[in-house]
Design a protein around this ligand. Structure first.
Ligand code: HEC
Length: 244
């Protein structure tokens, strides 16, 4: 500090000799005084910090602390009855239970798109194939090793079962099958239902269920195999280009 002051003084005297105006000296003096100012500020802030510490250490309870103030001896208060955490209001029975008015629903709570089917396939492959098998016939690896065999998804009863039934089985379990509500989210459970419906259709579709063009291709393949006369391709829909 002394050295800096020395330097500042020598600069000042040189400037005075050189006839510098007085105003020019202000920055030089300020620079010389800077370390002293910093020290003073540091002292002052130490004083303030001590005040802050007092405020941070006010008497308070930590979670799960005991308390003599409340009758139940707990410092933490239970939430008021009926409290709902943000984002946890499960007031949509259709979505969360697969039932409306106690009856299983036969509609999906959200539109089934390609992305939903892909997600459903993904989740089904992870969580259901070990027992139900990739096709849903109930011949998964765990069953082959001795676990109780589930019914095939392709039996009439399950083909005719409403979609809510599949959601319900995954949500609350059924007989030997545990529920998957902890592992599979609500939306994913519905995606799996959509995929299971797709699986059922894959093993039980009528020619009339296909779009005209796919039906024609299948028909052609069948005719080629049996050597029958070729049927005519379907008329293209209005605005559609005829495909080769
Ligand atoms: C650990 C083996 C196992 C896994 C994994 C499994 N299930 Fe099952 N599931 C069963 C068994 C066993 C039954 C037959 C239960 C019974 O009747 O006691 C069954 C029955 C079912 C039924 C038929 C209910 C009925 O009406 O007969 C459906 C639907 C079903 N499971 C869906 C699923 C879906 C979807 C998944 C994937 C999220 C899945 N299961 C995962 C073993 C499993």
């Amino acid at each position: 500090m002394n050295l800096r002051f020395e330097i500042a003084v020598s600069v000042m005297t040189r400037r005075i000799h050189a006839g510098a105006r007085k105003a020019d000296l202000a920055p030089v003096l300020a620079r010389a005084a800077r370390p002293a100012l910093a020290l003073a500020l540091a002292w002052a802030s130490l004083g303030f910090a001590a005040c802050q510490q007092d405020m941070a250490n006010q008497p308070r309870h930590k979670p799960l602390d005991a308390s003599v103030f409340f009758a139940d001896g707990r410092a933490s208060r239970p939430p008021a009855p009926g409290t709902v955490a943000r984002g946890q209001l499960r007031d949509d029975d259709h979505l969360y239970t697969g039932k409306v008015g106690g009856r299983l629903v036969d509609t999906f709570p959200y539109p089934v798109t390609r992305a939903v089917m892909d997600r459903g396939r993904d989740r089904y492959t992870i969580y259901c194939t070990p027992c139900h098998g990739a096709l849903g016939t109930g011949e998964g690896m765990i069953v082959q090793r001795g676990y109780k065999q589930p019914p095939s998804f392709h039996i009439d009863r399950l083909r005719e079962a409403p979609v809510g039934h599949f959601f319900d089985v995954m949500t609350v379990g059924l007989g030997a099958m545990q529920d998957y509500s902890a592992q599979v989210s609500v939306e994913d459970r519905w995606a799996i239902v959509a995929y299971v419906r797709g699986l059922q259709l894959s093993q039980h579709a009528a020619l009339a269920d296909l779009p005209a063009r796919e039906a024609y291709i299948l028909q052609r393949q069948r005719e080629q195999k049996t050597g029958q006369a070729l049927s005519r391709p379907p008329e293209p829909a209005p605005g559609e280009k005829r495909q080769p």
